[in-house]
Design a protein around this ligand. Structure first.
Ligand code: DAH
Length: 360
């Protein structure tokens, strides 16, 4: 009797204290295994008188059942604890990539290109592109700048080795060659012949031999071109006034159209916006001062003819401005060279969230 209750309490104690599944199994083997304490009791039954065997056998069987039940209960408890521990240890923090500090920023140039495209997009302009490596004809001659023209010297050109067929090549000095490429396009010519109007902007890279706080050898321009049969200087003015006011977000921004000269336009105008300087700080808006921001004019009849269109039928206006320059002015960035140094601190400071986008 004593034996049985000692074995019982030892076995249940071992089961209850088992800290993991391995310890629990050891407790099971100690009681119910081949050489276990309860199994040992079973073995004593053989030597007992039938009456005693019946009574003792029933008690040992009951004990065996009791221990098995306890083992099962402990097993499911330990199993749940083990699963919870694993889940906690292997937890994946799916919120990590969405943390703001891991987000990149948009470069001010890309941002400003998008802002410019959004404003002209509302006026019906589409985005056109051309190659950075351009031939001399598209970059100069088509635009009414023949080989001996002094205007070629104004553009500090990077000359490249000529093509195998002798075509002289350059890094394009402005986005204006895309005017010629677009007007020469057969689909565009057909669209114009059918009475349509051409309205493009050309944002892109341009290159000149120049390097100081406001000039870099690679910079960005956006060209604009409108061609149809009736567009005149009044449209040019209205379009650029609307653009500048929208871009600089100053509703009454004054603009000054100054007569100027470009080989590819006649008449030509440089455009200034009003500004003021207070305590060395630039403020864009009506003020005592002016800032030049773009060149423009009515497309020269020679350019229209060079591009395979009849200047007696077609006319329009064009303009060109520096993207980097208007980005510096709008966002108060003092040094152009910093745009291209890829300094992460600069990019975080002047960069834009993708969600700010061109929210116009
Ligand atoms: N291509 C000129 C430059 O790079 C800018 C320009 C002026 C473009 C007048 C034009 C224009 O289309 O009409 O300096």
């Amino acid at each position: 009797m004593d034996d049985l209750s000692t074995i019982r309490s030892e076995a249940l104690d071992a089961v209850g204290k088992a800290a993991d599944l391995a310890a629990l199994d050891a407790a099971r083997v100690a009681a119910l295994g081949k050489k276990g304490t309860v199994t040992g009791l079973m073995k004593t039954l053989g030597g007992m008188a039938p009456e005693q065997r019946k009574e003792f056998g029933a008690r040992v069987n009951q004990l065996k059942g009791e221990i098995e039940t306890e083992i099962e209960a402990r097993k499911s408890l330990l199993g749940n604890a083990a699963l919870s521990a694993r889940l906690a240890a292997e937890k994946i923090d799916i919120s990590l990539p969405a943390r703001p500090e891991t987000q990149g920023t948009l470069h001010p140039i890309g941002q400003v290109m998008d802002e410019v495209a959004a404003i002209f997009g509302e006026m019906g302009f589409t985005w056109a592109e051309g190659p950075d490596i351009e031939d001399d004809w598209h970059n100069f001659s088509a635009l009414n700048i023949p080989p001996d023209h002094p205007a070629r010297q104004m553009q500090d050109t990077f000359y490249l080795p000529s093509r195998a067929d002798g075509t002289p090549m350059v890094l394009r000095t402005h986005t204006s060659p895309v005017q010629a490429r677009t007007m020469l396009n057969k689909d565009v010519q057909k669209m114009l012949a059918d009475g349509g109007a051409l309205r493009i902007i050309v944002p892109g890279r341009t290159f000149r031999i120049d390097n100081d706080a406001t000039h870099t050898p690679m910079f960005h321009q956006v060209e604009g071109l409108v061609i149809d049969r009736t567009t005149h200087m009044g449209h040019l003015k209205g379009c650029l006034v609307d653009f500048c006011r929208a871009f600089f977000e100053v509703d009454d921004l004054p603009l000054r159209f100054r007569p100027s000269y470009f080989p590819f336009t006649e008449p030509s105008a440089e455009v200034d916006i009003g500004c003021s300087w207070k305590g060395g700080e630039l403020k864009i808006g009506a003020g005592e001062s002016w800032l030049e921001i773009l060149g423009s004019g009515m497309v020269h009849p020679n350019v229209i003819a060079n591009c395979g269109l009849d200047p007696a039928v077609y006319q329009g206006f064009a303009f060109g401005m520096g993207i980097d320059r208007i980005a510096m002015l709008k966002y108060g960035i003092p040094d152009l060279r910093s745009f291209f140094e890829s300094d992460l601190r600069w990019l975080r400071h002047y960069g834009f969230s993708a969600l700010e986008g061109a929210a116009r």
